[in-house]
Design a binder for this molecule. Structure first.
Ligand code: DGL
Length: 261
């Protein structure tokens, strides 16, 4: 099965994208709701969490890991990849490749957690692919708690989104990377506030396509993955809100399991 983790509800946007892209594959999700958010924690702590989450997924049958969290992807990709002997996907590179492909004006905005923005990883990766692209980043620390709370369409959320996007708007970006897997849940309000002409890159769909392309090229890995179209959703703290948002997001009956790492 494919193992996916995030600090909370956000990685379910990647689960949704994987269900669309690879509907027959079994998925195991772990949302670390007891320790969310990751975005305000130190790199060492996020790395430790990423290792524990990966070990949990592997112990429960995963044979390929998707770190469906930009914060963990920013600071833990190398250490997780070298510590575990399975393919590990992060959510940053696929979004970067797509952004570089679509930007016309070569002005790309990135929104993410404090830790992701502070890591500077998007800027480094984008400019390694095309040094002419200018990158403008904005940390949006209030968005993850708003999404975890289910405040997706509240006027207060719209106000916060507007405030965060203003500096990027004045920079006249033509492409905006949602550099946090929680943000696709706010895509309608983000699109409205940044403007219709700005191309929004959702890392959940780009990573799902990357996994699918990888499996097509690597039958040896592909054949290790079980395929009954099942989804097991686990969280370190199952709350009513988590359950409600998960059901809304995945649009199918799911069984939520509370797990302790
Ligand atoms: N959804 C995660 C990300 O993509 C983590 C957000 C958080 O826990 O702060 O960065």
């Amino acid at each position: 099965m494919i193992g996916i983790f995030d600090s909370g509800i956000g990685g379910l946007t990647v689960v949704r994208a994987l269900m669309r892209e690879l509907p027959q594959y079994d998925l195991l999700y772990f949302g670390d709701t007891a320790r969310t958010p990751y975005g305000n924690k130190s790199a060492d702590t996020v790395r430790r969490y990423a290792h524990e989450n990966t070990a949990f997924l592997l112990a429960n049958g995963a044979r390929l890991i998707v770190m469906a969290c930009n914060t963990a992807s920013s600071v833990a990709t190398e250490s997780v990849s070298s510590a575990f002997d399975v393919p590990v996907f992060e959510v940053i590179s696929p979004a970067v490749a797509q952004a570089v492909r679509v930007t016309r004006k070569k002005r790309v905005g990135v929104i993410g957690t404090r830790a992701t923005v502070a890591s500077g990883i998007y800027k480094r990766k984008i400019q390694a692919m095309d040094p002419r692209v200018r990158v403008f980043s904005q940390a949006c620390p209030l968005l993850v708690p708003l999404v975890e709370e289910g405040w997706l369409a509240k006027p207060e959320t719209t106000m916060v989104v507007k405030k965060y996007l203003l500096p990027l708007k004045t920079r006249q970006i033509d492409t905006l990377i949602l550099g946090c897997t929680h943000y696709p849940l706010l895509a309608p309000v983000i699109q409205r506030k940044i403007g219709r002409r700005v191309h929004i890159i959702d890392s959940s769909t780009s990573v799902a396509s990357a996994v699918s392309a990888f499996l097509a090229a690597r039958p040896d890995v592909d054949e290790t993955l079980s395929r009954q179209g099942g989804a097991r959703i686990c969280a370190s703290d199952v709350t009513e809100q988590f359950e409600k948002t998960a059901r809304q997001l995945l649009q199918r009956p799911i069984i939520l399991e509370s797990v302790r790492l």
